[in-house]
Design a protein around this ligand. Structure first.
Ligand SMILES: Cc1cc2nc3c(=O)[nH]c(=O)nc-3n(C[C@H](O)[C@H](O)[C@H](O)COP(=O)(O)OP(=O)(O)OC[C@H]3O[C@@H](n4cnc5c(N)ncnc54)[C@H](O)[C@@H]3O)c2cc1C
Length: 390
């Protein structure tokens, strides 16, 4: 199947098989059936040859690069459950990328292949409650201590997406240096059910479409064998960057699909609704909302494509993925908010999908780096680059 066919078939698949579940349950994945629905939808996606378009071919994926992924992920994002159906939802999608780059042959077989094939789910555990790691990774406080044959991992993590029901966790813990001063972190593969691992609670959040919730976890002397260390000891911060760049872009791809749906629903609404002797769509201030949405969507896609090209060519894309993520998280939320406004009372109702899309988009300005942290880092790079030339 060529990439254009995958896009077309994804568009049809998502609208026919996935969207009805999403709209019936207002984008609430647990209400729609949770993991049982995931298994059903992923089975249908596999039959249609659409499962894991990003996954490595040797593990059962379609092996698309980032440029080719963009329109496929956008087509999947048309439904809030579309990414889950194709097995390209966060955090599994980012974990696939990370494992593909770092896992040993044995880890590839035990962790990556089942993940690509949708046989299991996973989670990525980095963020900690204060005073631990959040925007500032150097605050990483979870620690791993060397013991015979492996490591003992201890610490508290929270906002861990997909944790409830995950088969394994990729956990970041400090293996050298002091909190607040950098040092070394290491990634550990921890199976669910490991002794000393406790799911403390689901943190209630405004979004409802991500399977397995956003959870708080407690690790108390969890033993991890040397074979389950992911990559080199003390290399965790570097590997986190391997995961982060593409993960920022794939979030943008998925949310572009959702924002586009909100926009198209709103435009159809204003084209059909009459007031003051004319269609709403012919009123100047509504035209401005429509045009600004088109501009935000087009600019998001353009930035995305440029960053995807850079990563596909082997670049790090530190600046371009940061710029794209910051712009898109804000632009796509503006699109959804304008869509709500254009629909009037219906815009905040459950009769149309625009309110739920606005609700689900909001946290994107916080995860994968809050906008302020990206701006701070973009500005520092710019000052370094420009003052270095002077
Ligand atoms: C829905 C959701 C899902 C998530 N999923 C995961 C997951 O699966 N795994 C995981 O490990 N984590 C996850 N996270 C956590 C997420 O990565 C963190 O919330 C994020 O990194 C911010 O950290 P924090 O919450 O500790 O905020 P803090 O670090 O306390 O920052 C709070 C605010 O301070 C401001 N700020 C911080 N630094 C600066 C700066 N340098 N300049 C200016 N302002 C600044 C920003 O406005 C920021 O929003 C998730 C979060 C959410 C909301």
């Amino acid at each position: 199947m060529n990439p254009a066919d995958i896009v077309e078939r994804t568009t049809t698949f998502v609208r026919e098989h996935v969207l009805p579940h999403d709209d019936l349950h207002d984008g609430d994945i647990e209400a729609a059936g949770g993991d049982a629905l995931r298994v059903e939808l992923q089975g249908a996606a596999a039959e249609a040859g659409l499962l894991a378009p990003h996954g490595p071919v040797d593990c059962g994926g379609l092996g698309l690069g980032l440029v080719d992924r963009a329109p496929v992920f956008e087509a999947a994002g048309w439904s809030l459950f579309g990414p889950l159906a194709l097995n390209i939802a966060a955090p599994d999608e980012g974990n696939v990328h990370l494992l593909d780059h770092v896992a040993t042959a044995s880890q590839r077989e035990r962790f990556l292949a089942p993940l690509v094939q949708g046989r299991v789910r996973s989670a990525f555990a980095m963020t900690e409650p204060s005073p631990g790691a959040g925007s500032d990774p150097t605050m990483l406080s979870s620690s791993a201590t060397r013991v015979d044959g492996g490591w003992l991992v201890s610490g508290r993590k929270w906002f861990i997406t997909g944790a409830d029901g995950a088969a394994f966790f990729i956990v970041m813990a400090r293996t050298s240096g002091e909190v607040g001063t950098g040092g070394g972190a290491t990634m550990f593969l921890v199976p669910a059910g490991a002794a000393g691992l406790e799911l403390v609670r689901h943190i209630g959040t405004m979004d409802r479409s991500m399977l397995g919730g956003h959870c708080e976890l407690l690790f108390t002397d969890v033993f991890v064998a040397d074979d389950d260390v992911l990559g080199g000891v003390d290399q965790g911060f570097r590997y986190a960057q391997v995961r982060l760049g593409p993960a920022r872009l794939t979030h943008v791809m998925r949310w572009t699909g959702a924002a586009r749906r909100a926009h198209e629903v709103a435009v159809s609404h204003v084209a059909g609704r009459e007031a003051f002797g004319t269609r709403l769509a012919d009123l100047g201030m509504i035209q401005q909302l429509i045009a600004d949405n088109e501009i935000d969507l087009a600019a998001t896609r353009a930035l995305l494509l440029e960053a995807c090209r850079e990563l596909d060519a082997g670049g790090r894309g530190a600046m371009s993925t940061s710029i794209t993520k910051t712009f898109a998280a804000e632009a796509l939320q503006r699109v959804a908010d304008r869509a709500v406004q254009m629909c009037g009372g219906l815009g905040v109702s459950r009769d149309l999908p625009v309110a739920k899309i606005a609700r689900e988009l909001r946290p994107f300005r916080i995860y994968d780096g809050p906008s302020e942290v990206h701006r701070w880092s973009i500005a520092r790079r710019a000052v370094r680059a420009i003052s270095g030339r002077a």
